[in-house]
Design a protein around this ligand. Structure first.
Ligand code: GLU
Length: 469
């Protein structure tokens, strides 16, 4: 592999818009993005929408949304293959004129028969070259009214090889490659051909993509060579397996990256986690986007399949939540509180984030925790009251209310001091006062630290609820 000179690097992410941006796609995009950023190169987004039956504008939008959410903005594009049809036709015409492509009039049935014949002879099923022009060969008469396909004249000799950035040297014998159809009878170009013309026109220097494309690579290299184009470096990423060792699929839960947004994951955590699916920098598990870009090197991409591990993702997300400022968390969490029917304005949300963030794995857990403060107050259910609020508890609560009124300031520390003083005065343990306080003030038996909760609720609210009970 040649070491790219800084700033000449151009990578691309080329999704087919037939569904969401799924995790595998997002990881491919991330590596192509990080490689370009590392070399101060250009990251191109190309939408491969020629499969009109399966491509949808919604899927295009989902891809753009997913990339924006993850913060991977393309430097160029999105380019749409459907808008480049004239260019593909132009290149096909040029190849026909130069003799690197030819018209083939064999019908699909005839081609199937050729394949069958090869199979029967124990060979690879293939087109037999009936219409391939050769020196001194007379081609059959053109069948009346039949529209031809255009085939690429694949070299029959030699080997096509490349030094894969991830898998190492790979080679294919050219005689194993069929004369690929590059245009259909209606003139529309086929998949591999569009990829070639685009990689050429977009001057892509490094192609990082899933290893389901390994078999396409020799075909693409041969067409690029026939066009006199520079062949990019290729790196084929092994797939991502689910926790059960099977290929990651919908069965493994969320597959669209946007579902992770819905489920309360931070984009930075997602990037950090995705980066570790097939790439490493020593033993580092937590690193920023900037560090990843600085360290990114295809030599540290792993040859073996990566395994999706939701527990580890939660661990990484929890870390990013802890690192995040209370103000930023409050902003992320506010709309989630609204979704749960709460009012994020009802409380100083950053203080709530501070209280909850050490234990939360997702933003949704933070929102659920914040509902203690943001949901309309529901008095405790009578059974809970009956079980815990006896006369002794009532007396303690009344005394607490009196003393609370007199506290010079209302902070977690002062409330904590008051609670501890009362416990000492009465010679009782924490639960004797904390549980009745929780039940009467919050309606729940369990909450985070009671003094912090009371401080956040505010003195007025606490006294009101105590009086009401
Ligand atoms: N459009 C292809 C896909 O979504 C990727 C093609 C490529 O990267 O060369 O799998």
């Amino acid at each position: 592999m040649t070491t790219p000179t800084t700033s000449s690097v151009r990578t691309r992410f080329a999704p087919s818009p037939t569904g969401y941006l799924h995790l595998g796609g997002a990881r491919t995009a991330l590596f192509a993005w990080a490689f370009a950023r590392h070399h101060q190169g250009v990251f191109v987004l190309r939408i491969e929408d020629t499969d009109v039956a399966r491509s949808t504008p919604q899927a295009v939008q989902a891809i753009l949304d997913g990339m924006a959410w993850l913060g991977m903005q393309p430097d160029e594009g999105p380019f749409y293959q459907m808008q480049r049809m004239d260019r593909y036709r132009e290149v096909i015409a040029r190849m026909l004129a130069e003799g690197s492509a030819y018209h083939c009039y064999s019908s699909p049935e005839e081609v199937e028969a050729m394949r069958e014949k090869a199979r029967a002879a124990g060979l690879k099923p293939r087109y037999d070259g009936t219409w391939r022009p050769e020196e001194g060969k007379t081609l059959p008469p053109i069948p009346q009214g039949r529209k031809p396909v255009v085939r690429f004249r694949t070299p029959q000799e030699g080997v096509t090889r490349w030094d894969d950035m991830i898998k190492g040297p790979i080679s294919f014998d050219n005689h194993e490659l069929d004369d690929l159809i590059i245009a259909r009878p209606d003139g529309t170009p086929t998949y591999n051909f569009c990829v070639v013309v685009d990689d050429w026109d977009m001057q892509i220097t490094h192609v990082l993509r899933g290893d389901d494309h390994v078999n396409n690579t020799p075909r693409q290299i041969n067409i690029l060579r026939a066009l006199g184009a520079t062949v990019p470096e290729y790196g084929h990423l092994p797939m991502i397996l689910g926790p059960d060792g099977e290929k990651l699929s919908k069965r493994h839960g969320a597959v669209s990256v946007m579902e992770y947004d819905t489920d309360g994951y931070l984009p930075d955590a997602m990037i950090n986690y995705l980066a570790r699916l097939g790439w490493s920098h020593g033993d580092d598990e937590i690193f920023s986007r900037e560090q990843m870009v600085e360290w990114f090197d295809t030599r540290n991409l792993t040859k073996s399949a990566a395994q999706w591990d939701p527990k580890k993702l939660n661990w990484v997300n929890a870390h990013y939540i802890k690192q995040c400022s209370n103000e930023a968390l409050a902003e992320y969490v506010a709309p989630r509180i609204v979704k749960l029917g709460g009012d994020p304005q009802a409380v100083a949300l950053p203080a709530v984030m501070d209280l909850l963030k050490d234990r939360a794995e997702t933003l949704n857990q933070l929102a659920e925790g914040a509902m203690l403060f943001c949901a309309p107050h529901a008095p405790a259910d009578p059974d809970l009251m009956a079980a815990h609020i006896d006369d002794a508890a009532r007396a303690l609560l009344a005394e607490f209310a009196d003393k609370a009124k007199a506290l010079p300031e209302w902070t977690p520390e002062s409330v904590d001091g008051l609670i501890k003083d009362m416990l000492a005065d009465h010679g009782v343990k924490m639960p004797k006062l904390a549980i009745p306080l929780r039940i009467v003030v919050t309606g729940r038996k369990q909450t985070p630290s009671i003094s912090a909760v009371l401080a956040i609720l505010g003195r007025e609210c606490v006294l009101e609820r105590l009086a009401a009970a």
